[in-house]
Design a protein around this ligand. Sequence first.
Ligand SMILES: *Cc1c(COP(=O)(O)O)cnc(C)c1O
Length: 382
Amino acid sequence: MLSKKTIEKLRDLQTPFYFYDLDVLGSTCETVRQGAEKSGYSVHYAVKANANPRILNIISSYGFGADCVTYNEIESAIKAGFSTSKIVFAGVGKTDKDIEAALRSGILCFNCESIEEIEVIDSIAARMCNIAPIALRINPYIEAHTHKYITTAMPESKFGINTWELEEVTDRLSSLKHLSLKGIHFHIGSQITKMSVFRSLCTRINELQDWFAARNANLEIINLGGGLGIDYTNPEKAPRFEDYFSLVNEFINLRPGQTIHIEPGRSLVGQCGTLISKVLFIKKGKNTTFAIIDAGMTDLIRPALYQARHKIENLTSKGSINHYDVVGPVCESADSFAKYIELPETKRGDIIAIRSAGAYGESMASRYNLRDLPRAVFSDEI
Ligand SMILES: *Cc1c(COP(=O)(O)O)cnc(C)c1O
């Protein structure tokens, strides 16, 4: 729960805005830092989850690296203090311009997703008289048991190199002189809450390691990607990092000289953020009552895009419980945060908190309807 004092301070600020609790962010980062250090993992924060400069700055202060999907993200990460030697560059559609800039800045690794991409990176590196460090993002065909829009490792997925192409890839690599194969990379989806999914991934990686070993490939980096889920029904609950670390330690077989890399996004920043909004109007529908708030899908698109459900609280009412559809002001029927949820009697001017909104919230905001972008307020500023 947000404290009474915090609520008192927040209610006077102009809504909507993201409120970031720096104690939560700090303790989450510390948990991951300690767990990773104990197990000898390298952590690369997935910048796309939240690229707010202050958040990036705090995360980089824990010594983590960054996982980026555009050169703009790489640039923001460098500005926020991430070391270029700890930055990896992922994505199915890297542009020539971004590849060139990333190569020039000296990043750790390009995580490559197709044969054509590998050839293009080689030719750009050749032109620049450089050697590009690469890892192969392999599609391991594992069902992530999460929403279909955030499942990335099925045969029909656009992500990763298919295992039936690996033979061709290793053949091609032997003749491409401006690439250096550093490792293999996986990312099987997001908001994964079933630990058995990560266990399947470890097993699959062990099999693939045998395949590469038989071809004398020297892999230093075994990158598991991100995907660890958070509990959206209980915003106070920390992600299951301990379970995750101990499972990976138990099931993955590393070879000498190999390091595990992980790329947490949501699990690092999800629970520290709350979208704070004000009720504009209460409106009676046919079978329902709408609470129309001043935050919409342009501020937080997850409910509209993934049918995601966030915990919603009325911070300023103690009235008797009623049912409400909590909706935004945007001209789209999908602009709805919750249907028929229980809230205390809600009226114009009440403050509504949408919890667990630190990941894929502010970073996915848009200006549709020419709405203002949401602001960010940090717990040490109020
Ligand atoms: C999005 C992404 C991540 C982060 O995923 P989370 O579910 O937020 O942890 C990590 N690696 C890659 C390649 C990604 O695309």
